[in-house]
Ligand binder design. Structure first.
Ligand code: A3P
Length: 366
């Protein structure tokens, strides 16, 4: 067992400190913390703000930020980068399958997705990491940790160490923006960035924060929309996340795509990915992969592999029974069912203010 590294952040009252990325990390103000504590029950150790950017993370991010910034990248790596709820899991599965399972016959594909394609900064979401709770969170993950990280201490970053240790070619998921990741990321490896229209992101993120005890949102939908437009949700401003990617969109190692385009013509998007990833798949292989990664097929397969909210303790069974699980609808345009004209106007204002200048042209679904 190694020693537990990293800065333990105690929250309100603690002195701000500078990360290697150049961001200053500080606790929320008392007023902001009081508001967050009212609506969120899943952040027992509080949240921290990063300046510049106003990025918002659980306090545990302080422990891992510098190690993530210094993560050893390899030229065969592909990072799947998204703001939460933009279709990360879908993109991860597509990229992993194209690279590792083109004929859909790789037995590894039955393994839990985070074993095959780890979630880089996931450790910050474990609020009370302990040797008892961590590995038992999900057995396949615990077994994989023992396999890939023998004699390592899981408390020292369970997913972070797995991300480093899994064999090449690595397909790594992250919701972090470019500015918090290794500065040479695009020089060394490839990044697939998936974006989604903010209205559907809000609806999907709201659902996610209600079903997941790591967030445990108990406030109203109206307040959630306000949190979004105020950049006060975990992971911070979507517009800035997107801006950092958009500014790099002509870099040959970045492939930027949209959820809505993937929905409307998956095969066309897979062809583009095929060229970007240099996977040399045939049309027949891509057709099969498009079907294999469709919402209905993934929903069934992920459950069977252990990504099962009915079993995983991190999920709230009562909310899932009422409103659906992680694989909720997988559609574009569902926001029309949820956003009132007033809320819609609020998001339109946010779009106009923050993303129109970038040249991003969101599609809002049928
Ligand atoms: P909804 O909540 O709108 O259904 P992430 O993986 O970034 O958390 O994003 C989750 C969103 O992507 C959810 O959206 C989920 O249903 C959707 N999704 C997951 N797999 C999908 C697939 N194969 N096809 C379409 N949508 C998918």
């Amino acid at each position: 067992m190694g020693i537990v590294l990293g800065h333990f952040f105690r929250g309100v009252g603690e002195e701000p400190f500078e990360l290697e990325s150049g961001h200053v990390l500080e606790p929320l103000s008392k007023e902001e913390k009081a508001k967050q504590d009212r609506d969120w029950k899943g952040y027992p150790h509080g949240l921290v703000r990063l300046t510049p950017g106003r990025w918002l993370f659980p306090a545990n991010f302080a422990r891992f930020a510098d190690r993530i910034y210094n993560f050893q990248i390899k030229s065969s790596d592909v990072f799947v980068m998204t703001y939460p709820k933009c279709g990360t899991t879908w993109t991860q599965e597509i990229v992993w399958t194209m690279r590792n399972n083109p004929n859909l016959d790789n037995p590894e594909a039955h393994k839990f997705i985070f074993v095959r394609s780890p979630f880089l900064e996931m450790d910050m979401l474990f609020h009370k990491p302990s040797l008892k709770t961590l590995p038992s969170w999900n057995d396949p993950l615990a077994r994989a940790f023992i396999q890939f990280c023998p004699f390592k201490n899981p408390l020292n970053g369970f997913m972070l160490q797995m991300s480093q240790a899994i064999p090449e070619p690595r397909t790594i998921k992250t919701h972090l923006p470019f500015s918090l990741l290794p500065p040479t990321l695009l020089d060394v490896s490839k990044v697939v960035y998936m974006a989604r229209n903010p209205k559907d992101v809000i609806v999907s993120y709201h659902h996610h924060c209600r079903i997941n005890t790591m967030h445990d949102y108990v406030g109203s939908f109206e307040d959630f929309v306000q949190y979004f437009v105020d950049d006060d949700l975990m992971y911070g401003p979507y517009w800035l996340h997107l801006k950092e990617a958009w500014e790099r969109k002509d870099h040959p190692n970045l492939h930027l795509m949209f959820f809505e385009d993937m929905k409307s013509d998956p095969l066309r998007e897979l062809r583009k990915l095929n060229a970007f990833l240099e996977t040399n798949l045939t049309e027949a292989q891509m057709e099969n992969i498009a079907k294999y990664t469709s919402f209905d097929e993934m929903k069934v397969r992920m459950k069977a592999s252990g990504f099962n909210e009915d079993i995983l303790p991190a999920f709230k069974k009562d909310v899932i029974a009422a409103d659906g699980g992680f694989f909720r609808k997988g559609e574009s345009g569902d926001w029309k069912e949820r956003l009132t004209p007033e809320l819609d106007e609020k998001v339109d204002h946010w779009i106009k203010e923050y993303t129109t200048g970038l040249g991003v042209d969101f599609k809002f679904g049928a």
